[in-house]
Design a protein around this ligand. Sequence first.
Ligand code: DGI
Ligand code: FE
Ligand code: FE
Length: 197
Amino acid sequence: MNDSIIELKKKMKKVLDRDRYQHTLGVAYTAASLAMRYNLDIDKAFTAGLLHDCAKCIPNDEKLRLCKKFGIQLTDAEKNVPSLTHAKLGACLAEKEYGVTDPDILAAVRTHTTGAPGMSRLQEIIFMADYIEPNRNTAPNLKEVRSLCFNNPAIAIRKILSDTLQYLNKRKDSAIDPATKDTYDYYKNETEKVEWV
Ligand code: DGI
Ligand code: FE
Ligand code: FE
């Protein structure tokens, strides 16, 4: 792995708490494995994995202040559930604070929580790796979803989002971001084109 990855690892260890750093390493290595499977640049996937939660441990009021400072447009859901902003703010910090210029890496960080319709393969890999990395253990159907991620990304993403929407619908405080619903609709439509689903 290149030197910039080693530097980034050190920086993430400083700005994340212990569990979040372990999760971050899990996402980076899982993303690297998915990149091997789908013939993508391994260093790019690892870098996006390392950075995806770089804004997660910033206190919520500070997150909102930084979003305002950087002119990041927030949805009503993000205003109601400020922790959601760590994705867009993370992409902004990846560029301004950690020197990332690759637009695909920045997009992967930006969309890692809600997904987005028509994601690039790298965006899909980070979205999936975040959900299945080895330290994750509470989501339903993890065994099935882990296997799907290495076999059929569109179906895996559809399943992740349907389980996430079901979980959010059960919770009273769940403000569903339009991006989460739009992404589900997109991947549902994509996978309905496939006959054997
Ligand atoms: O940052 P992580 O915990 O590693 O993972 P993440 O960025 O995917 O965030 C996961 C949480 O985000 C999970 O509890 C589900 C929640 N989430 C995803 N989409 C939405 C959402 N929460 C709300 N309120 N609305 C959404 O649209
Ligand atoms: Fe996250
Ligand atoms: Fe994460």
